[in-house]
Structure formats: structure tokens, C-alpha cells
Design a protein around this ligand. Structure first.
Ligand code: 4GP
Length: 821
């Protein structure tokens, strides 16, 4: 049943009313931005009813709650998604049309809340959607960064970063909750107090700096179930307002300091993906939101429960990567110092409450804080970690007597560092990887010693994505077709039903419909590209897409080198028939990641040369889509023919873009890495294009000193030619130095890293051969349509609903809640 607020006449009246109240305007006077706001506030009103109902139900049922702690939530836009989940999208679209307004244009007014870098942040957003849709009580806990992920501009082919002032026009969906504010303290010293009478010892933090953490609640709407969970993101404010009339010098300085701390702490999201930059401010951010979230969680628990020992029955904390793992020590601190528990009791509770997810084996992403910095900033928390470490070392020695090598490898405090992953594993009750292969590598390689000592903690949870955003919202044509063909909408909350599409795989008419939807989506993307890049692309060409963060291990360089190779082929053999192709890239590079930025420049340089060469008759086009983010991703996935998942095997923990492409009917061209392995398992090897070294082979080379790329360079003339073109000026208007570093990175060992660390030349031939197979397969329209359809039909496993249900069953043990309205 449709929510009465979305009945057309009522809805239109509310929009008019909001335009009037918010902007003192009539609908025809209001700007698109103002209209977007007016519409959003009507939607928010409807959400709030359900939000209140949900919270009432939770109070009544008292279900166990998961706190999903994450530095990043890459949400994407809210308006359209909320309407979808409230099953009101079509009605609202029509009502707006009757008012002469276009919902999609209004949606485009919403800034992407880009509070995340990439995979791990987007996964957190999918998880919140699934938790609400499945009816589980959950809080997302994070930071309300004033500036989200930078906006990317491409100027002369180079990436430039611009501030993302996403809150400039306010945020209609959030709610400030000052009544739940918490103080968070940094620095100072710890004074030990003895109580002579009781013999108790108390630890008092003195001379600290502090900020007030003020939460903003952001509704997470479940699909068609009236459940609204909360993403709680924290803003920082000074504890005492800066007072201009404060003439006491000490106070004045203190006030200014607090003001500055509050301002800087939530100012920006560090733009690092799969990489950590050991900045003091980053540690402050981590402790800030973790401490505030835990304090709030304990306050909430104590409101309804008086036995703190039973905490693990009512709440669990999932730590999204190492970033929030200071949580285990902070929870210990709160239990010891605030609740007055003894060590063993506090440990018992903490080690049943905290769980850790690892998202990468890239060693540069495993956080390790210098002890001097850490202990200065968080003196009490550090003391607690010392004690955790002391007890853990004793345990290692008991289990492996005389094996000091084990101690050295596993200790939390070692080499002058606090090793956050070790802390999380020791104190947590669960450690999971994000795809089967990744979890196996953790167990056998990266975290092997921990696995041997505590195998019961390790488990796999293969990632997933939400079909609500990435099919219903991003690809409405295909969503309707799926509903029609399955004869039910139930796939929206049970993606395994997609397998029912397999029965259409020999139906010519159905295949034609499927491919014509793909074509429509390609036309839509072509229009976007024309508007944003000024490049004409032919929707009949093969849309071969690689969109994701820019990272050497993801090997965008392999992709573009292959484009250079194809270009050489076409020029040299104009007689050979070549199926027209459009290579589409989208990627942000961390601001300080020089080589990644060179790769962006190279892609744009190749695009310049290739796209402007009339002699090749538009057979090859290269497009770099600026500012890749959730909102344009939705359009891109829907339009892709080929999904490029070409990371060096073993390096991509899972990938989730691969699943979004699959859902939208794009076969994977990839290595046996991350979740690609499971994708191939589901869809069948004949419906994917797999190439390259296996992860065992890569690891084997790595453990034995690498391989020699010069052998390949010397023996394969095509590869040699492409590599040489990096330094012969072909793509740099004669400048032979512009891409020298990329050239060197492929051929020579440098500063600690081996030549061609990511096996680009090693995998090149097999990649090029497999690309040929893609072309052949595409020429056979019938075969391609079947492959594409089978990808959509086989994606059932990759819903985040499945993933979340596994977390619930194996790790969190939450209770399902239903809300009746
Ligand atoms: C990413 C991984 O690179 C990606 O494979 C995975 O799908 C995703 O996490 C979610 O699990 N890692 C990061 C990171 O985003 O910063 O380490």
C-alpha cells in the first residue's frame, strides 16, 4: 500500500507548501536546487514517521544491535534511493511530471555524499541498506566530514583535486541530535588515584584537550518494510563556546585551541584507498568517532539494562578494517574506568563484543601507529593496550615455549609501533576476509600465525551489493524486464530468484529485449559522455569499462597499454576487420600517489591521440570519465558490455564493482582474483573471460624474488613496441621524459620494489589474447546475448542481503524485527 503522503494530490500540495515555507517562492519561481530540497523534505517527513515507529518497535522488542563502525560510508544520493525503498518512486515521478518537473533532474541536484574512498566505504553503505531491508537493528557509526572525497577535474589530461563542499546547501535528510553529544578527550597525562578505604585504583586523565562530538542522524530506509535504521555520523564542536569577552589569557588560549581542534578534526576525509598515511589527525579522527559512538552505545544499553556483563547479548561491534580498531581498547577503558569493572570482567565482555573485517592484503594499508605519537595522544588507551599486549605475549610463550620469533611476529607493540590489526585480532571474537580466496590468503599467508593460534576466529564473508540501488535505481528498464520475466518482484529482496531468468536463455525474443535494454543504457551513457567529455561515442561499439580507484595493483596501466597495442595493430593492418570498441575509464587517484596520477595522464594522452586520428574511422575510442562516483557509476554499470577486473591475482581482496557489472549483464574480463573466482563459479567459465597468472603463481614468484620482465620485453616485439612508446614521445607530443617513470617501473627494479611489481608484462600476452576472444564472442550477437543474460541470471549470490544474513548467522546473531504501521 502506498504511503498516503505519496498520494499524488497530497504530495503535490506538500511540495508547494515546502517551496513556500523554505524559500518564500512559488513552484514556478523556485530553482531546481530549491525544488530538490522541497521534495526531499516531503520525503523526509514520510521517513520520519517510519523512523519513529522503528525506534518504538526496537524499544519494545529490545533486539540485539550491531554497531558497524567505519571511517567511510560511500552512500551515494539519497532521494531516489529512499523513494525506491519506500516503493514510491513511480508515483512521485508522475506527480512531479504533472507539476511540470522532472524527478531525474531534481535528483541531479543532490550532491553525492562522498564520505568514502572506494570499496570499503561503498560496502558499508550496501550493508546498511541490507540490514534495514532485512529487518535488523543496526547503527552505522562514522564521521560527518565537512568535505567529502575531493571532486576530480581533468585539466590537460591531469587530475586536479577540488574541495567537495557537499553540505553547502544543507542536507535535507540529516537530523542534528545535540542531546546525544559526548565529550572526547585527547592527550594530557594520567594520574593514578588510590582510594585508601576501598583500596580501589582510579585512572584520571588530566591536562587534556577535548571536543564535543555531536551526532547527526541519517535515515537508512529498508525496502518496503517501514524499517528505518540510523547512520550516526559525528560532527565536532568546541566544548566551551569561544567567548570574545574572555579576558583571562589561559581561558582564551584554551578556547582557541578547542575551537581549532573541533574544526580540524572532521574537516576532511583522507583520500587514501588501500593505503594508510600515518597522520596524527587521522588517529584523532579514529578515536574521536569510535569513542563517541561507544559512549553513546553504552548509554543506550544502560537505559534499558542494568547488568553490564550481559552487554554482548545486546550489542556487537563490527570494525570495518583497522581504522576503528582502537574500539577494543576504548571499550576496555570505558568498562574499567567508567563502569568500574575489573580487568577480567572487562576483557570477557570486550572479547565477545568486537569483531574485525580485513579488506586488503596490501601491506601499506595495515595501520601501524608510532608508539610515541599514540601514547601521547591517547595515554590511557595506550596503557590498556600495553596490558593487552603483556597478557597476549604471555599466552604466546605458553603456547609456543621458547619461540621468540612468534612473539616478534605477533606482538601488538613491537618495533616502536602499535599494530592495529594485531590488536583487533587478539581482542576480537571474529576475523573475516571478504571473498573466499582472500580469506584463504589471510589464513595461509598474511595472518598465518594468528590463524594457527586461534583458528576458530577466522571466517569468510564474501562481499555483496544491493540490487535496490544498482539495478532498480540505476537500471530501471532492466529491473522492469526482470520483474516481467520472473513474474514477481520478489527478487528485490531475494536475489537468488534471478536464476529463474535462465529459462529465457534460448528465447530469441527475450534475448532481443535484453540486448535492446542494454543498447538504451549505452545511448544514455553516450549522452552523458558527450555532455561531460565532449566525445562522441558509438553505442553500437563494445563498451569495455574499467571503473574503480586508481591503483597500480588494479592495473589500469595494463588496460591502456593494451589499447596502445590495438591502436598499433589497426594502424599497421587497416585491412583486418576490427570490431569498434570504446574503452571507458573512471578513477580517482589519491592526491599524493604520483604514479597513479601519471597513469591517469597517460590514459588521457592516449585518448587524445586515438580519438583524433581520423584514419582509424572511429574504430577505437578512449574515454576517461571525470569524477567517478556513485551517481555516475549507476549509469556506467547499466551500460557496460565488458567488465574489466584485471588486478594482479591475490591483490584484490574481493571487488564489488565486478558484482555490479554482472548484475547488469556484463561478462567479466578478469584474473582469478578476489570475488572473480566466485563469479566464474556461479556463471561458468564459458561465460567469462579469464586470463593471467593465478594467485598461487604470483605468490610463488613474490616469495622467490619476482620475475624478469626483460625476458618478455626482449622476446615479444609487440610488447616491446608498446613499452617503448612510453618514452618515444608518441603520446607526449615528443616529450620523452613524461612517462619515463612508468617505463622504468615496468623494466627495472627501483627503491625496494621489484621490476614490474604487478606482473603487467607477464600477463600482457594472455590479456591481449583474451581480449581477442571477447571481440569474437561479441561478433556473434546471439552468443553474446546469452552470455550477458546468464551473467544477470547468475548473480544471485552477490546480493549484500546474502552477505548480511551470513554475518548475522555466523557472527552477530541478531534478532529480526518487523514494524507494523
Ligand atoms: C577494498 C578492497 O580493495 C576491495 O577488493 C573490496 O571489495 C572492498 O574493500 C570491500 O571489502 N579495500 C579498501 C581499502 O577499500 O581501503 O582497503
Amino acid at each position: 500500500m502506498i504511503n498516503p503522503r505519496f498520494e499524488k494530490e497530497a504530495f503535490k500540495k506538500d511540495v508547494e507548501q515546502n517551496v513556500k515555507q523554505l524559500f518564500r517562492k512559488t513552484v514556478d519561481e523556485a530553482s531546481q536546487q530549491e525544488l530538490y530540497q522541497a521534495v526531499s523534505y516531503v520525503v523526509k517527513d514520510a521517513i520520519i514517521d517510519d523512523w519513529i515507529a522503528t525506534q518504538k518497535q526496537y524499544e519494545k522488542d529490545d533486539p540485539k544491535i550491531v554497531y558497524y563502525m567505519s571511517m567511510e560510508f560511500l552512500l551515494g544520493r539519497a532521494l531516489g534511493n529512499n523513494l525506491i525503498n519506500m516503493t514510491a518512486y513511480k508515483e512521485v515521478k508522475e506527480a512531479l511530471e504533472e507539476m511540470g518537473l522532472n524527478l531525474n533532474e531534481l535528483e541531479d541536484q543532490e550532491p553525492d555524499p562522498a564520505l568514502g574512498n572506494g570499496g570499503l566505504g561503498r560496502l558499508a553503505a550496501c550493508f546498511l541498506d541490507s540490514l534495514a531491508s532485512l529487518g535488523y537493528a543496526a547503527y552505522g557509526c562514522g564521521i560527518r566530514y565537512r568535505y567529502g572525497m575531493f571532486k576530480q577535474k581533468i585539466k590537460d589530461g591531469y587530475q586536479e583535486e577540488r574541495p567537495d563542499n557537499w553540505l553547502k546547501n544543507g542536507n535535507p535528510f540529516e537530523l542534528r541530535r545535540p542531546e546525544y553529544a559526548k565529550e572526547v578527550r585527547f592527550g594530557g597525562n594520567i594520574r593514578v588515584e588510590y582510594d585508601d578505604k576501598t583500596g580501589d585504583i582510579r585512572f584520571k586523565q588530566e591536562n587534556y584537550e577535548s571536543v564535543l562530538a555531536v551526532p547527526y542522524d541519517y535515515p537508512i530506509v529498508g525496502y518496503d518494510n517501514h524499517i528505518v535504521n540510523t547512520l550516526r555520523i559525528w560532527d565536532a564542536e568546541p566544548i566551551v563556546d569561544f567567548q570574545l569577552d574572555s579576558f583571562d589569557r589561559g581561558d582564551y588560549h584554551k578556547a582557541v585551541e578547542q575551537q581549532n581542534l573541533a574544526k580540524t578534526i572532521v574537516e576532511v576525509l583522507y583520500p587514501n584507498d588501500n593505503h594508510y598515511a600515518g597522520k596524527e589527525l587521522r588517529l584523532k579522527q579514529q578515536y574521536f568517532f569510535v569513542s563517541a559512538s561507544l559512549q553513546a552505545a553504552l548509554t543506550k544499553y544502560k537505559k534499558h539494562h542494568d547488568d553490564i556483563h550481559k552487554l554482548p547479548e545486546k550489542m556487537t561491534i563490527q570494525m570495518n578494517d583497522t581504522h576503528p580498531t582502537v574500539a577494543v581498547a576504548e571499550l576496555m577503558r570505558l568498562l574499567l574506568d567508567e563502569e568500574g569493572l575489573g580487568w577480567d570482567e572487562a576483557w570477557e565482555i570486550t572479547s565477545k563484543t568486537c569483531a574485525y573485517t580485513n579488506h586488503t592484503i596490501m601491506s601499506e594499508a595495515l595501520e601501524k601507529w608510532p608508539i610515541d605519537l599514540f601514547s601521547r595522544l591517547l595515554p590511557r588507551v595506550y596503557q590498556i593496550i600495553q596490558e593487552i599486549d603483556r597478557r597476549f605475549v604471555a599466552q604466546i610463550r605458553e603456547m609456543y615455549p621458547g619461540n621468540e620469533e612468534k612473539v616478534a611476529k605477533m606482538q601488538i607493540l613491537r618495533d616502536g609501533q602499535v599494530k592495529m590489526a594485531h590488536l583487533a585480532i587478539v581482542a576480537g571474537y571474529s576475523v573475516n576476509g571478504v571473498a573466499r580466496l582472500h580469506t584463504e590468503i589471510l589464513k595461509k599467508q598474511e595472518l598465518r600465525d594468528f590463524y594457527e593460534m586461534m583458528p576458530q576466529k577466522f571466517n569468510n564473508k564474501t562481499n555483496g551489493i544491493t540490487q535496490r540501488r544498482f539495478l532498480m535505481h540505476g537500471n530501471p528498464l532492466l529491473a522492469d524486464w526482470v520483474t516481467d520475466k520472473l513474474g514477481t518482484k520478489d527478487w528485490i529482496t531475494d536475489l537468488s530468484l534471478m536464476s529463474g531468468l535462465k529459462k529465457w536463455v534460448d528465447d530469441e525474443e527475450a534475448l532481443k529485449e535484453f540486448m535492446s535494454i542494454k543498447y538504451e543504457n549505452k545511448v544514455r551513457l553516450a549522452k552523458y559522455i558527450k555532455e561531460h567529455n565532449g566525445i562522441e561515442v558509438d553505442p553500437r561499439s563494445i563498451f569495455d569499462v574499467q571503473v574503480k580507484r586508481l591503483h597500480e595493483y588494479k592495473r589500469q596501466l595494463l588496460n591502456i597499454l593494451h589499447v596502445m597495442y590495438l591502436y598499433n595493430e589497426i594502424k599497421e593492418h587497416p585491412e583486418i576487420s576490427f570490431y569498434p570498441r570504446t574503452f571507458i575509464f573512471g578513477a580517482k587517484a589519491s592526491a599524493g600517489y604520483i604514479r597513479a596520477k601519471q597513469i591517469i595522464k597517460l590514459i588521457n594522452s592516449v585518448a587524445d591521440v586515438v580519438n583524433n586520428d581520423r584514419s582509424i574511422n572511429g574504430k577505437l575510442k578512449v574515454v576517461f570519465i571525470e569524477d567517478y562516483r556513485v551517481s555516475n557509476a549507476e549509469i556506467i554499470f547499466a551500460a557496460a558490455d565488458v567488465s574489466e577486473q584485471i588486478s594482479t591475482a591475490s591483490k584484490e581482496a574481493s571487488g564489488t564493482g565486478n558484482m555490479k557489472f554482472m548484475l547488469n549483464g556484463a561478462p567479466t574480463l578478469g584474473t582469478m582474483d578476489g570475488a572473480n573466482v566466485e563469479i566464474v563459479e556461479e556463471v561458468g567459465a564459458e561465460n567469462a573471460f579469464i586470463f593471467g597468472l593465478s594467485s598461487d603463481e604470483v605468490i610463488n614468484y613474490e616469495n622467490n624474488g619476482g620475475y624478469n620482465p626483460m625476458d618478455i620485453y626482449n622476446s615479444d616485439a609487440d610488447i616491446r613496441r608498446v613499452v617503448n612508446q612510453l618514452v618515444d614521445g608518441t603520446y607526449s607530443q615528443g616529450d620523452k621524459e613524461m612517462y619515463r617513470d612508468l617505463y622504468n617501473s615496468l623494466l627495472t627494479a627501483q627503491g625496494g620494489s621489484k621490476a614490474d611489481t604487478y606482473f603487467i608484462l607477464k600477463d600482457f600476452r594472455s590479456y591481449a589474447d583474451t581480449q581477442k576472444k571477447v571481440e569474437e564472442a561479441y561478433r556473434d550477437k546471439d552468443r553474446w546475448a546469452k552470455m550477458a543474460l546468464l551473467n544477470t541470471a547468475s548473480c544471485g549470490k552477490f546480493s549484500s542481503d546474502r552477505t548480511i544474513q551470513e554475518y548475522v548467522d555466523d557472527i552477530w546473531h541478531l534478532d529480526k524485527v518487523t514494524v507494523e504501521v
